[in-house]
Design a protein around this ligand. Structure first.
Ligand code: MG
Length: 333
């Protein structure tokens, strides 16, 4: 049965520009789609691509939607190019994808994102106070020597049960990555995320084989095709999965179910509409060992109506509460 399909674009300034390896990112652009079937049942979904990270653009998603001709049904997903992972996610959500995502895990820690540089230490003290047991710190921002001093400062404040992951966002050369990984070998680091750029495929595989610290791929696996490629290569480290970029959640869960990789689920800085399904996907996968969620990022937007509530130190499936999608849709009128 076809569902009538409409969409509205959004352009949401961040509270403060997000710092990326490609410079500041001031405004989050995306789409909210709305479907309605003949019985008047309404569904919503969000396409929140991150082009600089390796996904498609909003314009490509708009073109994909126009190509669907104002109506969708269960077969429409197959007609959307797999490269348009955010659009596939949006359409699947509007058609009720979350109903297939049953919780396999009852509670997960949330990784608190620490600011780059020295400010990380004060932020870590605060987050420890608030009960966080997992932290992520961006590296490759300052001088290596300065960052390593701060790293030891940071580790000195964290109790033994607290985990620290580092994210280089692909900023290191292979040589720099080797020095960092030699340093991490003697320190309790949960994993190092995207040490070198995603196109340095051999370097990534070599670093993973040569150093004891676990490596995680993030930019390398921006969508389902990238995930499939690295699973096919037999990657044994962590994979960071942003469900909002990874297409239809059912296909994502089938791929993960088949290979059982070590996964960290992460936000794509989407609004509360995309967030609820992304979190449901996270709770539907039982990872070994359990890994803290990469959703410790809010509040994000100047217009706080679009923000999901900031998670605390732990989340349960029930806290992945439904967004008021209708209100947000109307706000975009
Ligand atoms: Mg990352």
């Amino acid at each position: 049965m076809p569902h009538r399909l409409e969409f509205r674009r959004y352009s949401l300034p961040f509270r403060s520009a997000v710092r990326t390896a490609h410079g500041p990112w001031p405004v989050r652009e995306g789409l909210i789609i709305r479907t309605e079937d003949e019985a008047g049942r309404v569904g919503y979904g969000e396409a929140a691509p991150i082009p600089w990270f390796g996904s498609e653009t909003v314009e490509e998603d708009v073109a994909g939607l126009v190509g669907l001709g104002g109506a969708v049904d269960a077969g429409s997903l197959q007609r959307i190019d797999e490269r348009l992972g955010s659009l596939r996610f949006a359409v699947a959500c509007a058609l009720g994808a979350e109903q297939g995502l049953l919780p396999a895990v009852q509670r997960l820690p949330v990784a608190s994102l620490l600011p780059a540089g020295k400010a990380a230490c004060a932020a870590a003290d605060q987050a420890l106070e608030a009960g966080y047991v997992a932290f992520k710190w961006k590296v490759g921002v300052l001088d290596d020597a300065d960052e390593r001093v701060i790293l030891d400062d940071l580790l000195a404040r964290l109790p033994g049960h607290v985990k620290l992951r580092l994210d280089a966002n692909g900023a290191w050369t292979t040589r720099r990555a080797m020095k960092w990984l030699a340093c991490c070998a003697e320190r309790p680091i949960e994993f190092v995320e995207q040490p070198v750029a995603p196109d340095a495929v051999d370097a990534l595989a070599g670093l993973a084989a040569d150093y004891p610290t676990t490596l995680a791929l993030d930019e390398s696996v921006a969508g389902l095709p990238g995930l499939r490629t690295w699973l096919g290569r037999g990657w044994r480290g962590v994979l960071v999965v942003k469900p909002a970029l990874a297409g239809d959640p059912a296909s994502l869960m089938a791929l993960l179910g088949k290979h059982q990789p070590d996964v960290v689920f992460s936000s794509a800085l989407e609004t509360s509409i995309g967030r609820q399904t992304a979190l449901r996907a996270a709770f539907a996968y039982k990872n070994t060992p359990p890994r803290a969620l990469g959703f410790g990022v809010g509040p994000l937007f100047q217009d706080e109506r679009f923000d999901a509530p900031s998670p605390g130190a732990f989340l349960t499936p029930g806290q992945a509460s439904p967004a008021d999608a209708e209100a947000l849709w109307n706000a975009l009128n």
